[in-house]
Design a protein around this ligand. Structure first.
Ligand code: SAM
Length: 263
């Protein structure tokens, strides 16, 4: 889909991009094709797209497989896509509130910034069996995804990303690639699943949220609602975590071991 096609659809359907849903539609065909290539979809793959918008990624991806599911929060856009796209199932819903939609090998999303963390946490909780995840995010969000212990940005999101698998910064996307143009630049990133993702599930995400519930407090204190002091002490000892450690000091692997030890 190029700039003219997007403009035509918006005009003929009376669609005005909704800022509250982070609607910036991709209109650069080279970038669209590069994202589709990164997804490495084969005809047997089940593909999940979050926020298909006007279908910039949906149309080319749905040509590669008959098993594509998209979740779109905007009723107007969901209606439009349902009537126009032949080969994808459109679910008219807020992704963060959906029940598990099944198994997917590939997940793709040009993620709206306002809900990025919630969407990613839900993805890593419910769809961590996917072999490949491709996201477009605001460039500045990368700092919260690609960071390690003892940094200000480090938290559940970075830990989930790290445990899911191999992260790659693919390429920058200029604001001119969208209608309407956002103020910031974006980036396409990808994740390939590794075995460390086996731990990811809704309970693990809740566990991480509990660990970071009070960042400045000792981790032990944050854990008291979910495990007895004896269990926590023993787990800390066996993993070699110091008594006074705060959550931000632990590596993703230590969180994985700690979760196993107290469950
Ligand atoms: N994928 C399209 C593209 O690349 O042109 C649209 C991307 S636009 C940045 C983000 C899309 O996500 C919009 O269509 C918006 O309505 C949708 N969206 C926003 N929040 C959502 C949510 N919580 N659940 C599902 N879709 C959402």
């Amino acid at each position: 889909m190029n700039r003219e096609t997007i403009k035509d659809i918006m005009q003929s359907q009376g669609i005005l991009p909704q800022v509250k849903f982070g609607q910036n539609f991709l209109c650069d065909e080279d970038i669209i094709q590069s994202i589709v290539d990164l997804c490495e979809v084969s005809s047997v793959d089940h593909v999940l797209e979050i926020g298909p918008g006007l279908g910039s990624l949906t149309y080319p991806l749905s040509e590669l497989t008959d098993n594509m599911t998209c979740v779109e929060i905007d009723h107007g856009l969901a209606d439009y896509l349902s009537s126009n796209i032949r080969n994808a199932k459109i679910i008219d819903s807020d992704f963060t509130k959906t029940d598990n939609l099944g198994d997917f090998e590939v997940v793709v999303s040009n993620i709206p910034y306002y809900v990025m963390t919630d969407i990613m946490k839900k993805l890593f909780a419910d769809y961590s069996d996917a072999r490949k995840i491709v996201f477009m995010v605001e460039d500045e969000a990368i700092a919260r995804i690609d960071c390690g212990p003892d940094t200000k940005q480090y938290g559940p999101l970075a830990i989930l990303c790290s445990l899911y698998g191999t992260y790659k910064y693919e390429f920058k996307v200029p604001h001119t690639a969208f209608i309407p143009q956002p103020r910031t630049t974006s980036a396409v990133i990808s994740f390939s699943r590794e075995e460390t993702a086996d731990i990811l599930c809704p309970e693990f995400v809740k566990f991480l949220n509990t660990c970071f519930s009070m960042r400045r407090k000792m981790l032990k204190k944050n854990l008291t609602p979910i495990a007895s002091p004896d269990v926590i002490d023993e787990a800390f000892r066996s993993i070699g975590i110091k008594e006074t450690a705060r959550a931000e000091e632990l590596t993703p692997e230590e969180f994985s071991r700690l979760y196993k030890a107290i469950n």
